[in-house]
Every structure is written in C-alpha cells, then in structure tokens.
Design a protein around this ligand. Structure first.
Ligand code: ZN
Length: 110
C-alpha cells in the first residue's frame, strides 16, 4: 500500500494519500486545481530526487541521499511517526527488502 504526498500548486497545502496499489492513479484537487505528487513512499527515483533538488526545498535531502539504500524508507517512517500511526507490516517488509537491494517489482524497471 504505497503512500503518496501531494501538494496543491495554488496554495501549497500538502496531503497524503494511501493507494491500494502502485498502479492506482489518484488525481486529488485543491483550490479548483490539480495537485502534484511530491515523493513516493519508496522513493528511489533519481528523477524525483533531482526534481526536489531543482525545487530547492531546503528540507529535502539531495540526490545522493537516495543513492544510499540505507536511507530508503526513512521518509515513510518519519511520516508514519508524525501521523502517530504504526507502519503496516507490508510496508516495513518492503522497506527492509529495499535496503537489502531488493526493490519492489513495481519500481524495479524504472
Ligand atoms: Zn489549494
């Protein structure tokens, strides 16, 4: 169950969505406009890290951060912690597997 964070392009409000699968597409809206996806829960996408770097958000780590597999899932852990939620076992397992170099099948080919 991937968790995606979306940001309103108008007011900047952020919201997290829980999707049932990696293939499910969500199109949340705010202020009568679409929202852009910020970071996937298993972010190991260079393009995503690059995009964040270009956006110049000081709170986000640079691309090198995501090249270290030990950092995979840190954001997800932080978000669940911030929300006061226990991370589902399925996500814990996928993060643990990703840190061992076993990326989920859904993102292996990206
Ligand atoms: Zn908005």
């Amino acid at each position: 169950m991937p968790v995606y964070e979306y940001r309103c392009t108008v007011c900047g409000r952020k919201t997290s969505l829980f999707l049932r699968s990696f293939r499910e597409v969500a199109e949340p809206s705010c202020c009568g406009a679409g929202m852009v996806r910020c970071l996937s829960s298993f972010a190991y996408h260079k393009s995503e890290a690059t995009r964040l770097e270009e956006a110049g958000d000081p709170d986000r780590p640079g691309a090198d951060y995501y090249k270290d597999p030990r950092n995979i899932g840190r954001w997800t852990e932080k978000k669940f912690s911030e929300m006061g939620m226990e991370m589902p076992a399925e996500i814990k397992e996928k993060i643990a597997a990703s840190r061992e170099g076993e990326l989920p099948a859904e993102i292996k080919d990206l």
